[in-house]
Design a protein. Structure first.
Length: 254
């Protein structure tokens, strides 16, 4: 059991990568506070974990709410007595619009979920990590956080900023045995395409961006992201800090 005795918080845990991460962590012995808006999905996930080494406890919270986001760390400590790992996975796509065409409403929502929520949850986690002498933060960014032509202006800016937050956190807290890394997935099979703004895509902008997708041999699976997250959560990656690791099947190697 690679995470036996550890406590993890995973946001966006009701589907896709978050669900896969929470499941794998529990199988590896961690007690997981699974956070998402859809309580019924979290309940189903918790029931599936009955035979796992670790527990998955559901916690319904909206990452666009400042109060609810800040509460998730306290909830983990309340239920399990500590927190060792924070996975900031919750995120939403924009509609692919460039800067001349984005809406204020979309900007505020995407930035709140993709960037402000990790800021708040990380601040709360750091305070607990400092008390207990260490911890790990893993931010799920995107290849859109490394390059400019993978999404719209708002999503791209939010994920670039998340990479910056990752590096800054690693630099300032590494000497306290606190590590922070980012995973930058490529084209992964998830429900992100069913999001609010993906239902009203800027087709002209998307047409320009999808030219590069011909380089993708296949889409990745959520479980493949979960395996990398597990590695970064364990001492096997103890000398990896402040990195933004692309997990994209070689898409960005070209």
């Amino acid at each position: 059991m690679k995470l036996k005795g550890k406590v993890a918080v995973v946001t966006g845990a009701s589907s896709g990568m978050g669900r896969a991460i929470a499941t794998l962590f529990a199988k590896e012995g961690a007690n997981v506070l699974a956070v998402a808006r859809r309580a019924e999905r979290l309940e189903a996930l918790s029931k599936e974990a009955k035979g796992y080494e670790g527990k998955i406890l559901p916690y319904s919270a909206d990452m666009s709410s400042k109060e609810q986001t800040e509460a998730i760390i306290a909830e983990a400590v309340k239920r399990f007595g500590k927190i060792d790992i924070l996975v900031n996975n919750a995120g939403i796509m924009d509609d692919f619009s460039p800067v001349g065409e984005y809406s204020d409403e979309m900007y505020e929502k995407v930035m709140t979920v993709n960037l402000e929520a990790p800021f708040r949850s990380s601040r709360a986690a750091i305070k607990e990590f400092e008390k207990q002498g260490g911890g790990v933060i893993i931010n799920i960014s995107s290849v859109g956080g490394l390059f400019g032509g993978r999404a719209g202006a708002v999503y791209t800016a939010s994920k670039h900023a998340l990479v910056g937050l990752t590096k800054n956190t690693a630099f300032h807290y590494g000497h306290k045995n606190i590590r922070c890394n980012a995973i930058c997935p490529g084209a992964i099979v998830t429900e992100v395409g069913t999001g609010e703004y993906m239902q009203k895509i800027n087709m002209e902008a998307m047409g320009r961006m999808t030219k590069g997708t011909a380089l993708i041999d296949r889409q990745g699976e959520a479980d493949e992201i979960a395996q990398v997250t597990l590695f970064l959560a364990t001492d096997a990656s103890s000398y990896i800090n402040g990195q933004a690791i692309a997990v994209d099947g070689g898409w960005t190697a070209y």
